[in-house]
Design a protein. Sequence first.
Length: 348
Amino acid sequence: MRNGRIVGGLIALLIVGTLAVGWLFLKELKNPNAKTRYKVAVIFDKGGQGDKGFNDMAFAGLQRARRELGDQIATTTFEASSGGDNRELIMRLEAENGADLVIGVGHTFAAPVVRVATEHPGTHFAVIDGYIADLRPESNVTCLLFRAEEGSFLVGEAAAMKSKTGSIGFIGGMEGPLIQSFEAGYFAGARYVNPNIVIISDYIGRTVDAYFDPDTARKLSTKQYDAGADIIFAAAGASGEGVLDAAVQAEKLMIGVDQDRSMNSPPDRSHHILTSMVKRIDNVVYTTILSAQQGKLVGGYMERGLADNAVGYAENYYNGHHLENIKARLDETRQFIIDKKIVPPHTL
């Protein structure tokens, strides 16, 4: 009888304990103040981490968010396939897996986002450099845009002031409106200094593969240097390494893009880099995650430029001697653009 009472008591305790745990679990689910982790997925485009540019800067922004937000967020990263045919699949799977925010690193994510976002209204999507028409603040898509023409105007001005031949070059990656805004700003900045300057321009290709073709970039750059250009601006992603190869071989100068290329090149190559037109993709990724996690991210268009320190020209230990006699002029022009006394064009 005594054993029966003990067993009965244990069963009763188990039932009470189970009910208590269940009640606490339900209370946690219903409690609007319960601590949850905001889920963020970042999808790198072709090339992934290690591209010394676009993808690496996006990852730096994600890393900052991880450090500062800690266990308030849960993050995952993916890389598009070499052909880019899985961009839409990755976004759709992450939305179905409960991602609160999905960031596509590159304008090539714009088309698939349009399809996926309508199917998953509970997930917010952001596309770096991608433009999607007719978005509204209540949309679950945000286009993260840069006024690349503003930073490109400054490096065009720098190229014209440092050119000894009166001829400079431009190597674009994928031909289209995005890179043409770099080209337009660069042309305008150079001609602001020297209306008669000669500018040679070439594009590597018409697909995203153009950003990953240093061999073609090297050949085009060599042709431009042989034609008299002594400085070339490479708005071509990872293909810019081919432009730097040509600059080293010709003992000329080049201008990098996105990241400060001087800080990611060996010292014996860095002195061939006049400057870089930097895009602070890291800052934009970080602020987007922070705003979304705080419930402040809205749909539509978030455009950033010189006034937001989102674009600009790079100055460091390696290129300071190149810029020392033109820095005052560049900084004056920078302020003119911020004050809208100069409005760089974004098309040719």
